[in-house]
Ligand binder design. Sequence first.
Ligand code: NAP
Length: 203
Amino acid sequence: MRKLVYYVAVTLDGFIAGPDGADPSGPNGFWPIPDDYLRHLVAEYPETLPGPARQAFGITGEGSRFDTVLEGRHSYEIGLAAGVTDAYPHLRHLVFSRTLAESPDPAVEVVSDDPVATVRELKRHDGRDIWVVGGGALAGALYPEIDQLIVKLAPTTIGAGIPLFGRGAAFEPRVWRLTGHTVLGSGAIFLTYDRAPAEAGPA
Ligand SMILES: NC(=O)c1ccc[n+]([C@@H]2O[C@H](COP(=O)([O-])OP(=O)(O)OC[C@H]3O[C@@H](n4cnc5c(N)ncnc54)[C@H](OP(=O)(O)O)[C@@H]3O)[C@@H](O)[C@H]2O)c1
């Protein structure tokens, strides 16, 4: 069955963005994007690069991991403010919002239904894996459905910001199994964790 994968950049202290909710890797952002990091993204995760970046790098390949991306409204609006109505035209793009009245782009599906129910329905159909791009609030809502974490750990601390699963996440410990890692010379580490199967209870 296709997996729900939270593929996300995280600081060493567990944040995906600063407290202001702006784009941390944008022109005024604090996120380091060294050359080896960019090369790794292009080689391994080409479909996760936004359309304008794919154009700039001449990337036309579909990639092999994801065919669908899920995004929270706050994250989507960062691209929208920059004039990008669909940052991922090469993927099926669902934006979760209970306030957006209509989609700004015919290719972007605005979904007001429960994200968990939506993901369960997506998983019933064949396809490549489903990527939760973020942000924290959407990932927190989808926490029970996430099958794999791909963490792009940045050699950065920021002290405060939006946590990996948002500010409203519940306390729900879960064990993950390390299934892959790549250490880059610049200090970033890509860590892949699969959700460990639930331990069998007493017979
Ligand atoms: N480091 C990374 O890789 C990465 C990736 C993506 C985003 N980010 C960052 O994440 C930040 C935004 O994250 P965020 O946590 O503020 O917002 P978010 O998760 O992007 O969006 C939250 C919005 O999603 C909608 N939503 C629909 N159903 C929901 C549900 N059941 N639970 C929660 N939200 C639901 C709501 O929109 P309505 O209010 O319209 O109903 C909610 O306000 C930005 O700073 C962005 O740069 C970082």
